[in-house]
Write a protein that binds this ligand. Structure first.
Ligand code: AHR
Length: 532
């Protein structure tokens, strides 16, 4: 069965529009051919002259928590480490993250944020008290990586800082002091303490979250109780010395619609954004989530199907936001998302260390396409997590570092950052598995500031290539080029022994005839095309 993914026109209407476009096409391209193979071919129209919304670069943001080996080992190795570092921060990780143009980094949690007391993480490192990381493996947290180290990391990366404050076990005064410490340029106790600790000028801290998952690990609150606390805490999150803070309220996990309704209703005047968290897995449950690398097609299909739930989920949350914020002032920040599998065998289950296959990469491509499509409201997204935790970009082992297939998706998708979203009509074939089916194709398109068009295609089907015929309305394209991420096996992934098993290659199976683009996407692939 054919599926219209964006239901702006019926299938018949899309075919009619498509045929009209072909007839008016300057180069000879037979209409018959287009209609004859319509059953096999995925049909698309991209309105290259109709884009209005900008895709915020922050949709390509990241999240790093004091969890397992994300901060310690993954980012922070200390100044005395033999691993090349700048003021204790791994150079290889910084270099890799700069290549994907990391726009914003969220820290210090996650659940850790609501038990973090920032004053324990400043001053001479040898004098900082340690604590127990109760959420993540009950291990000792040395506080060696604190506010100065995080903001140094953001400066090395050239990205915005997004700090998550402690509502669950913190105080209003503590939160107020933190913002003053980081951003106040004048003469105050906190600003002077910062100077004493070696930083004269304040940092720019653009994003500040008031709590994290306060319906769960951040205090197990009711939405009403959190809403009251949010309004109180945020009052003291001040914008000092020209640093305008974007305040983020804690939103729901997945489809907790009652939560977002109450928080929007009671806090909307005091917030700039609200968060949403959404993790996906295969057909397992939270106790047995399934292996990241040992799976069959049933698990592949389940992940693809679950990933597509991001579309109704965004729509559902945005619908509620629209009721309370008709003008669209408040951003939806999906500040935790990604795949979540059983921890790799032999590792601490509390460290959430998982491998990453081409399956995770296709899932990431779909998520990012969905965020692009809803960029009128989705102003930020932060994949969980940057290094060695969950759907990481980077895995490290001592001095070795490898890039995951998901990293490569972020690198290929940098072209969408700050580009204009282009409306698409897509008639996709199905990917069938047993008695179930989902659309086989998932697509997003944008136009950058130089007029270049970029299309990111995900072929969800692990066994069948997808033929696509796409009319580019409103443009006379001249050149096309592309890159692909795919693999022979569904479970393909990079290891320290074979770090480049999955990496992007150039893609030439695409052509332009007039304003019609035809291409065949390999099975289980993500393809990004550039058209000028
Ligand atoms: O990313 C791991 C955890 O998932 C975060 O700490 C928490 O916010 C979420 O439940």
């Amino acid at each position: 069965m054919k599926r219209t993914v964006f239901r702006t026109r019926s299938f018949e209407e899309i075919i009619v529009v498509f045929v009209v476009l072909l007839v008016s096409c300057p180069l000879a391209y037979t209409v018959n051919a287009a209609v004859q193979d319509e059953a096999a071919v995925n049909i698309m129209i991209i309105h290259t002259d109709k884009g209005t919304e900008k895709i915020s670069r922050n949709i390509y943001g990241h999240f790093s928590e004091h969890l397992g080996r994300c901060i310690y080992e993954g980012i922070w190795v200390g100044e005395d480490s033999p691993i090349p570092n700048t003021r204790g921060i791994r150079n290889d990780a910084v270099e890799a993250l700069k290549k994907i143009k990391i726009p914003v980094l969220r820290w210090p949690g996650g659940c850790f944020a609501d038990e973090y007391h920032w004053k324990e993480g400043i001053g001479p490192r040898e004098q900082r008290p340690s604590m127990v990381n109760t959420h993540w493996g009950m291990v000792k947290e040395s506080n060696a990586f604190g506010t100065h180290e995080f903001l140094d990391l953001c400066e090395q990366l050239g990205c915005e800082a997004y700090i998550a404050g402690n509502v669950g076990s913190g105080t209003v005064e503590e939160m107020q002091d933190w913002v003053e410490y980081m951003t106040f340029d004048g003469d105050s106790e906190m600003a002077n303490l910062r100077r004493k600790n070696g930083r004269d000028k304040p940092w720019r801290v653009k994003y500040f979250g008031v709590g994290n998952e306060n319906w769960g690990c951040g205090g197990n609150m009711s939405p009403e109780a959190y809403a009251d606390l949010y309004n109180r805490f945020q009052t003291y999150v001040r914008s000092y010395s020209g640093n305008r803070v974007v305040k983020i309220a804690c939103g729901p996990g997945s489809e907790n619609y009652p939560w977002i309704t109450v928080v929007m209703e009671r806090c909307r005047r005091n917030m700039n954004a609200i968060s949403l968290h959404h993790y996906v897995r295969g057909s397992g449950n939270w106790t047995r989530k399934g292996s990241a690398t040992q799976f069959a097609e049933a698990e592949w299909f389940a992940l693809m199907k679950n990933t597509l739930t991001i579309y109704p989920l965004l729509k559902g949350n945005i619908k509620i936001m629209d009721q309370y914020d008709r003008r669209g002032r408040i951003g939806l920040f999906v500040d935790e998302w990604g795949t979540w599998w059983d921890a790799e065998p032999g590792t601490n289950p509390g460290f959430l260390y998982q491998q990453n296959t081409i399956r995770d990469a296709v899932s990431a491509g779909i998520f990012l396409n969905a965020f692009n499509e809803h960029c009128h409201r989705v102003k930020m997204a932060n994949i969980a997590q940057t290094v060695n935790v969950l759907q990481a970009m980077i895995l490290t082992k001592g001095e070795k570092m490898i890039l995951t297939p998901t990293y490569h998706i972020f690198e290929m998708y940098t072209v969408h950052q700050d580009a204009t979203l282009l409306p698409i009509e897509l008639q996709s074939n199905d990917y069938r598995f047993g008695n179930n089916s989902i659309p086989a194709l998932n697509v997003s398109a944008s136009k950058d500031s130089s007029g270049r068009i970029h299309i990111s295609f995900c072929n969800l089907d692990p066994s069948n290539a997808a033929e696509v015929r796409c009319a580019l309305e409103g443009v006379e394209p001249k050149e096309i080029s592309g890159r692909v991420l795919t693999a022979a096996a569904m479970t393909a992934h990079n290891t320290f022994e074979n770090p480049e098993a999955v990496k992007p290659t150039s893609f030439s199976n695409c052509k332009l005839e007039g304003n019609v683009l035809t291409t065949t996407l390999p099975a289980k692939s993500v393809v990004v095309l550039a058209i000028e």
